[in-house]
Design a binder for this molecule. Structure first.
Ligand code: FAD
Length: 572
């Protein structure tokens, strides 16, 4: 049997390793565009379903796989059962698994507005034609320079680009409201940040209003603490602690960037511009303080954070040289070429990047938001979600609404010899089967899908029980340095059709000497459906069991979370 796996991220590596383990006599080929491979290790097992994971990176050539290959998958000959390689070769397979990850979503081209006027009136003369070409080139250069100021985060390379740009940026706009935006906000120091989100509260993908409020207060607490420490309002020993931590952080950063360089982190794309795998957990620590140390940060060097709810960016242009804030120009038909990643215009943007931004280098951006507000910024960081990276996959393979390859219970696409896992896959079958699971593009799910896909490819899925990973949604992460656990339908996902009166939430905040903690549970007709736990609560396992067992605890009412109610005794 010939197995081929495409992708060196968590899903692809877990799938290929599992196939090598299960089928030692078969041929397993991992095709990766990235020299550095990502695997995961379990940092802590918190309950049956809940694990805190860490990413581990290894070089392609360090691994004992029989048949590893650094190449780009460029297409699939589904009739002839061969993967078409970027280098020109064909790789025959009996079973193929696509784990090509996802790319960050970009702003639509029409958002970028050049200030140069429309095309010159052409009278057909050579002079008029030259003038038209010159104007066009000027507009293209301006659009390319605008695009260079809008960055997205995916791989190590994109984090390095962001770090370099931040050193020159005093005012930063972060757009988005998921995990990456939250991490950016906690990690950006020294710049004045405006956080633009289309939702009515922060962390909409993760938090309900009260959890968001808790986190916002925590963000403000932490910023005040650091500001106070920096301005000398706290004792010298506290300051030393901060400095010690900072030095420790810097040493870790150095160590990490050394590791990444040793592992080829300076060349994450590996081959011909295909994105590397998503970055590891410590990427935020690689970000330097912004250039201006924040005008509004009270001299703390921390910078301010301003929130703009219910808005998106509708236009980006360079601020006029005289500093006046004008209305953005109407989109000119010939500006349509601004393009997203991979388009000719973004290639132009890349080329302009190498040559610098020319006359636009020091010009601030002028952003117009959908609520009409205009603001100036030096840099825009875009974290508005991802789209599966499947441009090279034949359109005949069925896609789901989210752009992923639709897979069935055995992780097979509409072609039974082609499987998919991780960010590239769309796994609706699992949500249909398990009431408390839904797909979110995360390491834990990439790993679970990669392993389960390998079991399905090897035909052993019924003996391994690896589909248990799709029983309950779980995610452990850290925001603002605090452990955050999400369980089940923690934010009322999939309960939209239920009568509002049947859904209740109870929350509790504890002020402990070691820090504040927050618990929120969501119940449907007295049965716990989901929970958010921030900080140290010791309730992970109990709440997981309450969700899985669906015991009726409605009788406790709001006292369910009282400290003197011993929830684990409910099971006795
Ligand atoms: P990827 O890790 O993207 O790997 C895809 C692989 O396919 C790469 O090696 C790529 O080079 C390769 N590839 C792509 N196209 C081709 C091709 N044509 N030919 C050959 N190879 C190809 N999740 C969490 O759980 N917790 C977090 O805290 C977290 N933080 C994140 C922070 C950031 C900035 C980002 C971007 C993501 C974060 N995620 C987090 C999400 C998580 O990283 C992804 O869900 C997960 O890594 C997906 O794994 P994957 O293997 O499917 O894809």
């Amino acid at each position: 049997m010939r197995f081929v796996v495409v992708g060196g991220g968590v899903a692809g590596v877990c799938c290929a390793e599992e196939l090598c383990r299960l089928q030692p006599k078969d041929e397993v080929t991992l095709v990766s565009a990235s020299r550095v491979l990502k695997g995961v290790s379990v940092v802590a097992r918190l309950s049956r379903n809940l694990e805190e994971l860490a990413l581990v990176e290894r070089r392609l050539d360090e691994l004992p796989y029989p048949n590893l290959r650094l190449d780009v998958a460029a297409g699939i000959d589904t009739e002839g059962k061969a993967l078409l390689l970027g280098s020109g070769g064909r790789l025959p397979y009996d079973k193929l698994c696509i784990c090509a990850g996802a790319r960050p979503k970009q702003l639509p081209p029409a958002v970028f507005r050049a200030s140069a006027n429309g095309a010159a009136a052409a009278d057909g003369s050579p002079a008029a034609s030259n003038a038209q070409h010159a104007k066009q080139a000027q507009r293209d250069g301006e659009l390319a320079a605008l695009q260079q100021r809008v960055l997205t985060i995916r791989d190590t390379d994109s984090v390095a680009r962001l770090a370099a740009r931040l050193r020159r940026s005093r005012r930063v706009v972060v757009v988005g409201n998921g995990g990456i935006a939250l991490e950016l906000i906690s990690g950006l120091k020294g710049a004045d940040v405006t956080w633009v989100m289309k939702h009515a509260h922060i962390g909409d993908a993760y938090f309900d209003l009260d959890a968001a409020q808790f986190l916002l207060e925590e963000l403000q607490h932490q910023r005040r603490r650091v500001a106070a420490a920096a301005s000398g309002a706290v004792g010298a020993d506290r300051r030393q602690q901060q400095e010690g931590k900072q030095q420790q952080g810097e040493q870790q950063q150095q160590q990490q960037s050394q590791n990444e360089q040793q592992h080829g982190g300076d060349d994450p794309a590996g081959v011909s511009g295909v994105l590397g795998h998503a970055v590891g957990p410590r990427w935020v620590q690689q970000l330097p303080a912004g250039a201006g140390a924040g005008q509004n940060g009270g001299g703390s060097g921390l910078g301010s954070v301003e929130l703009e709810y219910g808005a998106e960016i509708s236009a980006i242009q360079f601020a006029p040289a005289d500093g006046s804030q004008g209305q953005p120009q109407q989109q000119q038909p010939e500006q349509q070429g601004a393009g997203t990643a991979g388009s000719p215009a973004s290639v132009a943007a890349g080329a302009a990047g190498a040559a610098g931004e020319g006359p636009w280098a020091d010009r601030p951006l002028l952003l117009t938001l959908t609520n009409g507000r205009q603001l100036e910024a030096d840099l825009v960081l875009l974290a508005i979600g991802v789209r599966p990276a499947l441009e090279w996959v034949p359109p005949g393979l069925e896609r789901a609404v989210d752009g992923g390859l639709r897979v069935n219970r055995h992780m097979q696409s509409s072609d039974p010899c082609i499987y998919a896992a991780g960010d590239s896959a769309s796994c609706q079958w699992a949500a249909d089967e398990a009431r408390h699971w839904f797909q979110m593009r995360l390491w834990s799910q990439a790993r679970a899908m990669g392993i389960y896909a390998a079991h399905c490819m090897a035909g052993v899925q019924d003996q391994t029980g690896s589909d248990m990973a799709f029983e309950l949604f779980t995610h452990v992460t850290r925001f603002l340095g605090k452990k955050v656990v999400f369980l089940g339908l923690y934010n009322g996902q999939r309960l939209e059709a239920e009568p509002a009166a049947d859904v209740v939430t109870y929350s509790r905040i504890d002020e402990e000497p070691e820090g504040r903690s927050f618990v929120r549970v969501l119940l449907l007709r007295g049965r716990v459906q989901g929970a958010v736990l921030i900080g140290s609560t010791d309730l992970d396992e109990t709440l997981e069991n309450l969700i899985l067992d669906q015991l009726d605890v409605g009788g406790y009412g709001p006292h369910l979370l009282d400290p003197d109610v011993e929830l684990d005794h409910v099971f006795d």
